[in-house]
Design a protein around this ligand. Structure first.
Ligand code: PHE
Length: 347
């Protein structure tokens, strides 16, 4: 093959190789350019053969070399443009942005269902002129038991065993000690005492679906002149209707608490079956929601309040119990595990 044929062969084979380069392998173009047109490339290599040609042929072949270089240079530029276009096109397609797609939703948290429950109950009582009082979770034996008419050897203490920090300091077993603390502070010359106190309480309970070693109560206390059991019943009826529906009625059953006399257990008519009997009310038509009673004269006297002149009622309701009944929650542990699949159901 003489030099001219080799030149022609280089031109056609380079053009064919150029055509074959794909957009995703655009780097091969540069490699091929160096291989053909570079300082040590094939064309330069062929150029070296010029000196061996007869004189009259040299200008002709030299011209041909220049032509091939021009043609190939243009071909490289052209193919470079084509590949660049193809690359841009591919990039546009892969990075295309659909501005009509809905945005990603940022999930906003919500108040815990127990906080919602106590907030709701607080609002109802605030509307009736009650004050909302904070209590202490770490309490003295004195307020938790003694002042609630549960002296050291009282058998009813057994039902409320708790965590002791020392002999006299414990985690409160109920919100009732707040009764004694607010009674101590209240100035009865300014009017009756009406308060509620929501908060956390503790018991030495084994955790199961309906028991937890910590839970939440709302204490209620009204002390004034001529406060009667009728006031208690009216108040509880109102709160039951607000929490469980206007059609609810309540019933009081005799019970026992050392700090109330008489004491009652309060049932609300079943909001699910309306009283006919179902699985929620265990076929009785009634659901127990709280304990209450008339404040024991001893509790008043220990606070220096004249039990002849003043009387009152108190109640204590379990926040978890109310929420479980209202929302059909059947495992108390759901309240405390912080699983968003649980908490988000109460938005
Ligand atoms: N403290 C009682 C309990 O935890 C409930 C209660 C409160 C009962 C006030 C009567 C009056 O079981």
């Amino acid at each position: 093959m003489d030099l001219q044929e080799q030149l022609e062969e280089l031109r056609t084979s380079t053009q064919a190789q150029l055509q074959a380069i794909k957009a995703e392998n655009a780097k091969e173009l540069q490699d091929l350019r160096v291989k053909v047109l570079g300082k040590k490339g094939s064309l330069t290599e062929l150029l070296k053969g010029l000196k061996d040609l007869p004189n009259e042929l040299r200008p002709v072949v030299g011209k041909q070399v220049n032509e091939v270089r021009d043609v190939l240079t243009k071909a490289f530029e052209e193919q470079g443009r084509i590949l660049e276009q193809a690359q841009i096109q591919a990039q546009l397609e892969s990075e295309s942005l659909d501005v009509t797609l809905p945005g990603r939703q940022i999930s906003i948290g919500n108040r815990h269902v127990l906080s919602q429950t106590s907030q709701e109950i607080e609002d109802i009582f605030l509307g009736m002129g009650y004050q909302v009082v904070d209590g202490l979770e770490v309490e003295q034996d004195y307020y938790n038991f003694e002042r609630m008419n549960l002296p050291k050897d009282h058998p009813a203490r057994d039902m409320q065993d708790t965590f002791y920090i020392s002999e006299d300091i414990l985690l409160r077993t109920h919100t009732s000690p707040v009764q004694a603390r607010t009674l101590d502070k209240h100035d009865f010359s300014k009017g009756p005492l009406k308060m509620i106190s929501p908060g956390r309480v503790f018991r030495r309970d084994t955790d199961d679906a309906t028991h937890s070693h910590q839970f939440h109560q709302i204490e209620g206390l009204v002390v004034g002149k001529n406060i009667s059991m009728g006031d208690l019943k009216g108040t509880l009826e109102l709160i039951s209707k607000k929490m469980f529906g206007e059609d609810r009625s309540i019933r009081l059953r005799p019970s026992y608490f050392p700090f109330t006399e008489p004491s009652v257990e309060v049932d609300v008519s079943c909001f699910k079956c309306g009283g006919e009997g179902c699985n929620v009310c265990k076929k009785t038509g009634w659901i127990e929601i709280l304990g209450a009673g008339m404040v024991h004269p001893r509790v008043l006297e220990m606070a220096g309040v004249d039990a002849e002149e003043y009387s009152g009622f108190a109640f204590g309701l379990g926040q978890e119990r109310i929420a479980m009944l209202r929302y059909g929650i059947n495992d108390i542990r759901g309240f405390y595990q912080g699983d968003s699949r649980f908490t988000e159901q109460f938005k």
